[in-house]
Design a protein around this ligand. Structure first.
Ligand SMILES: C[S@@+](CC[C@H](N)C(=O)[O-])C[C@H]1O[C@@H](n2cnc3c(N)ncnc32)[C@H](O)[C@@H]1O
Ligand code: SF4
Length: 336
């Protein structure tokens, strides 16, 4: 007699083994630290000011100065991105609330006309008025990702310090404006799974927002390079960020990656260097070489980073492109 559960178990093991082998093969084949690498994703923090106090985010504890990116610097960065010809994705989030920046829609407009890249904003929704939403849609924003982070007012206040009723009203209004104006902007709803939220609340959250969009995601809590002590186990996967993404702070400074929330390790500034120069600086090349040798950096920020446990999809899904100049780039678009 055929034993169905046994066969299912065997098939699952074979599938897991295949995935592991594919992952190992992809990881070693894909790391090319000797090439000149151009980023495909720019994470531009246009401000690090934020009125919220999310329990899982270090924004309220920043010691670096607060501010909003100067428009001339912003335009210089976008000109440089155009010269790079590799940037196809820009996100605005950083360690602030992008909607505090009143020039945000103007910036999105500029990015769309100069680069045609996909533009995504992460917002906590508190300042998402109807006028702001309309301006962002008119500017050609591709993805409006709203970080709701709870389903009930009480937990939302505990987790973010914000007024949930206002945030929920703004979010529902954004869906209405999208429908009315017929724009293509993708609205996504996200939650970070914290200990404040029960499984029942997660279920209610998903069920409620699925009525508006299929793009509802619940993400595990990352530890911001060891800021939280959760998820600190042995690292498993090489870091993905240093191969495809450049993280720029509001003052033009660039850090190893955006997990360096307080800019403790600045590797350059786009006020006086180019994207390509910084992305191929000695610091980054040394770390890439270490990963390519199968080692992990000993510096605290990397060593304790939960990303090295979470991010295996990049090694299975990213695409490497070689530009005519010989420069290579890695394209990877997480569905966040
Ligand atoms: C740092 S916020 C900045 C943008 C904006 N203020 C917001 O909340 O969307 C960008 C995204 O990171 C998420 N985030 C912050 N801390 C996190 C953590 N520890 N783990 C996972 N996601 C986190 C937020 O929920 C948000 O979706
Ligand atoms: S997650 Fe966003 S809204 Fe919350 S504190 Fe951090 S920057 Fe502010």
């Amino acid at each position: 007699m055929v034993h169905i559960p046994l066969i299912k178990g065997l098939l699952k093991n074979v599938h897991n083994l295949r995935q592991t082998l594919l992952l190992q093969k992809n990881i070693s084949k894909r790391m090319r630290p000797d090439d000149v690498i151009a980023p495909t994703h720019l994470a531009i923090e246009t401000t690090n000011i934020c009125p919220a106090k999310c329990v899982f985010c270090p924004s309220q504890f920043l010691t670096r100065p607060r501010g909003v990116m100067d428009m001339d610097l912003f335009k210089r960065i976008i000109d440089d991105a155009k010269n790079c010809s590799s940037i196809n994705f820009i996100t605005h989030g950083g360690l602030g609330e992008p909607l505090v920046d009143t020039l945000l829609a103007e910036r999105v407009n500029h990015e769309k006309s100069m680069l045609g890249a996909q533009i995504q904003i992460h917002t906590n929704g508190a300042l998402l008025s109807s006028a702001t939403t309309q301006k962002l849609f008119d500017a050609g924003l591709d993805v409006l990702s709203i970080s709701l982070n709870a389903f009930h007012s009480r937990t939302h206040r505990q987790v973010t310090g914000l007024d949930y009723d206002q945030v929920r009203k703004n979010t529902e209004q954004a869906f209405k404006i999208k429908e009315k104006s017929g724009v293509q902007t993708d609205i996504r709803i996200t939650m970070v799974q914290t200990k404040n939220i029960t499984q029942a609340e997660v279920k209610d959250f998903i069920a409620y927002w699925r009525k508006f969009t299929s793009k509802v995601a619940v993400h595990p809590q990352k530890n911001w390079g060891g800021w939280h002590k959760n998820n600190v186990t042995d690292p498993k996967f090489p870091c993905k960020w240093i191969w495809h993404m450049m993280s720029v702070n509001w003052d033009g400074s660039v850090t190893l990656c955006h997990e360096d929330y307080d800019a403790k390790h600045v590797i350059g500034n786009l006020k006086n260097s180019t994207i390509l120069e910084i992305f191929n600086c000695q610091d980054l090349q040394e770390i890439r070489t270490l990963f390519a040798k199968g080692q992990f950096p000993s510096r605290d920020q990397c060593h304790e980073c939960s990303r090295l446990r979470l991010d295996k999809a990049f090694w299975l899904e990213s695409k490497i492109k070689k530009l005519p100049s010989g420069i290579i780039s890695y394209t990877y678009r997480p569905n966040r």
